[in-house]
Write a protein that binds this ligand. Structure first.
Ligand SMILES: Cc1ncc(COP(=O)(O)O)c(C=O)c1O
Length: 448
């Protein structure tokens, strides 16, 4: 006879269990993006044609991991690498990361600077946890992926630095310089999720200098330093002609205050393998290693060893990156040119030229307009219209903490084939032209 736990729960659980999670954790929210993606899956299951440009992930149908990774994982498993890895990563991977950073960024450091984890998220969370206390001031640009969740988890007084599209959605040096006094953590990400833009050399250099000045002022005052959490998980995926800039390469004196976060998740289309790392001064590596160890967020040993083998074959690493960049560029260029052509026709859409990662910023400028049963008061109504009329699913910048109802959306191209994307762009063009184009003057009567 088996015991029916659901029945026990139904008769005894509810009331009191609702009180089990208390305080800030009770207000913790799940990912908005995953909620939207679930809606897309539902619509598809109902038979609606929807191009899913929502999730910042790769579909293995279109994007395979480098063959070294799958082969070497199998080799490591067969060789019995099935026990706990060292808490800060296997020495082979730490050494391979050191060599990668020297080769690609011109930075030289010992393996004690590296802390390996199961993807980029554990070091990000660990950095927030270790370098802030509840009530501390923290900073980031806006929009930015997930930073609001981390600030909420750590109960910091978070200040989003508002940005503009013409600055690539990055803050200016002046904005950062003014905000730094008293701040414990500044989180930046380039190339940036959700916008697909990359930070200018002058801007990251100026921010790094401001950080050095701020921390020099704090020296001897008893005030803790401000840490720059520099998330560069997309750094090996710049668009053609775009260069990735790193604060430490430009201003070496900022090295003591910079925590780099990185992973194979995006740059090798390997989001499910769970290998990431932080590069940070050894004095900070100890506490990070302990925290990651206590929550058991290690990367599996076979994946670590396979990553080390891949990174230590520079020609294979470069070939894999070239192939992935080519696939992404083909998709981003297709979407960008399609939207630019719509804009040239006078339609109310705009895209920011992609500079890296898998994202494109799309503006659908319908706020305040109305249309046969549709009233576009907010991004959510535009999002629903795009799904229903054009079969195109995108994520509003609200999912990245931007509250302005200004018609900005993230398009993510990692889960679609070129044909599917091309067809989606044609549907989008037709839907916008039908409703808002000069060719449909009869439809324009109620536009605001
Ligand atoms: C900027 C940024 N950092 C970190 C991550 C998380 O990476 P991982 O899957 O390695 O935890 C993501 C995932 O979307 C991201 O966009």
């Amino acid at each position: 006879m088996s015991i029916d736990l659901d029945a026990i729960l139904a008769s005894q659980g509810p009331g009191l269990l609702d009180l089990a999670v208390q305080g800030p954790m009770a207000e913790m929210k799940g990912s908005t993006i995953l909620g939207i993606a679930a809606q897309v899956r539902r619509l598809k299951a109902e038979g609606q044609e929807v191009c899913d440009l929502t999730v910042g992930d790769f579909s293995p149908q279109h994007f395979r991991i480098p063959s070294e990774l799958s082969e070497e994982i199998a080799v490591a498993l067969a060789a019995g690498h099935t026990n706990y890895p060292p808490a800060d990563g296997v020495p082979e991977l730490k050494a391979a990361i050191v060599r990668l950073y020297e080769r690609r960024l011109g930075l030289k450091f010992s393996p004690d600077w590296v802390c390996v984890a199961s993807g980029a998220r554990p070091p990000i969370y660990a950095a927030w946890r270790l370098f802030t206390l509840p009530g501390d001031r923290t900073l980031s640009s806006l929009p930015m992926w997930n930073v609001g969740y981390y600030a909420q988890l750590c109960q910091t007084r978070h200040e989003f630095l508002h940005t503009q599209a013409q600055h690539g959605f990055f803050p200016t040096v002046e904005q950062v310089r003014q905000a730094l006094p008293g701040a414990r953590l500044l989180a930046l990400n380039s190339p940036l999720n959700p916008t697909g833009t990359a930070i200018d050399r002058d801007v990251i250099e100026g921010i790094a200098r401001a950080l050095v000045d701020e921390n020099r002022r704090r020296l001897g005052t008893g005030q803790p330093p401000c840490i720059l959490l520099y998330d560069q998980v997309y750094w090996l995926l710049p668009s053609p002609g775009v260069q990735h800039h790193n604060p430490v390469s430009l201003v070496p004196e900022c090295a003591p205050w910079v925590v780099h976060v990185d992973a194979i998740s995006k740059c090798f289309a390997a989001t499910g393998l769970r290998v990431g790392w932080a590069v940070l001064p050894p004095a900070l590596q100890g506490p990070m290693k302990s925290l990651i160890g206590h929550i058991g967020a290690w990367a599996p040993r076979p994946e670590q060893l396979a990553t080390a083998r891949l990174l230590d074959r520079p020609e294979r690493t470069e070939a894999a990156l070239d192939a992935l960049r080519g696939q992404l560029d083909a998709r981003l260029s297709l979407a960008y040119s399609a939207i630019a052509a719509m804009e040239a026709e006078g339609l109310p859409v705009h895209a920011v030229k992609p500079q890296g990662a898998l994202y494109l910023s799309l503006r659908v400028d319908l706020i305040g307009r109305g249309l046969e049963g549709w009233s576009f008061q907010d991004n959510e109504s535009i999002r629903r219209w795009l799904i229903e009329e054009a079969g195109v699913a995108v994520v509003p910048f609200q999912a990245f903490d931007m509250e302005d109802e200004s018609g900005w959306f993230r398009m993510s191209v990692g889960a679609v084939g070129l044909d599917e994307l091309g067809a989606a762009m044609t549907r989008l063009h037709e839907a916008v032209r039908r409703r808002f184009g000069a060719a449909a003057p009869g439809q324009r009567g109620d536009l605001g």
